[in-house]
Write a protein that binds this ligand. Sequence first.
Ligand code: KG4
Ligand code: ZN
Length: 337
Amino acid sequence: MKDTFILAIESSCDETAASVVKNGRTILSNVISSQIALHTLYGGVVPEIASRKHIEKINQVIEEALSEANVTLDDLDAIGVTYGPGLVGALLVGVAEAKAIAYAKKLPLVGVHHIEGHVSANYIEHPDLEPPFLCLIVSGGHLVIVKDYGEFEILGRTRDDAAGEAFDKVARAIGLGYPGGPKVDKLAREGNPDAIVFPKGKLGDCPYDFSFSGVKSAVLNYINNAQMKGEEINRADLAASFQKSVVDVLVEHTMLAAKDYHMDKIAIAGGVASNGALREAMTKACEKRGYKFYRPSPIFCTDNAAMIGVAAYYEYIKGTRHGWDLNAVPNLKLGER
Ligand code: KG4
Ligand code: ZN
């Protein structure tokens, strides 16, 4: 059978990324140009700067992805691109670029949902993984059953702050700066997770939903109280205790859903899925219950175009095609086309 080559582009937030994916699961190149250093100055992503930087970098990133993969535009079968959700100006750069290449080379254009990309990152290093399976999409905050490629049944969602947002806000509050998640993860390794007990943010009606604004506020209150009393804060203990309360809830809800829906294959996805404590806790919880646990390597958890290429492949073989009117959809819902 003839090989299928897809060039994928991702520009939804602060990484300009391109990748060439062969037959859906073989990553021939995965080029990521990160803008982190630039946005660090402002303590978070500045949308206007992000889009300008994407414009500056995108051609170079695509050229690198093609040359590393040792393919040319003539070898490609389709162009995949993230069209939502994300920052509208950032998404538009990738979408316009993908349309231009697809039009010039008369190639099919496949728009990809960013979160479907995050979930698909699991296929890269796990050749045995096929739907159905349960997936905790940590950053965006969904607990879903992946019924088939690109088909999701949403069991739970985030009611307020997603886990990633809580990590970022807590990081800012304890002076770690942006990007918060990885910094809290690192600092927490030196702290005692049982030093401070924070609330777990349980919700009454839907047992699979998440709410992290309570724990975030509890952390902020803790810091304020300590400051008012002139007490020194042990930042490592604080980071470890906050992280534990988030991880415990993520694991508990996922295990409950696995039991209720009789799922024995569990995957995690999204930026927060690279968190060390979460990976460890999930591994243990799954081992204990005899579930098979899947997680992408950290480089495929945070934003990249390889995951978009994988998702684009499965959409492509299903027949998904977008027209020249494809637009950036900043609040694209999971499961929408
Ligand atoms: O999945 P993602 O790209 O966001 C969405 O697509 O919605 O992930 C970004 C989030 C950020 O909030 C970042 O702080 C968090 O992932 N993150 C982490 C870690 N690495 C990235 N959070 C906790 N621990 C990490 N190691
Ligand atoms: Zn993402």
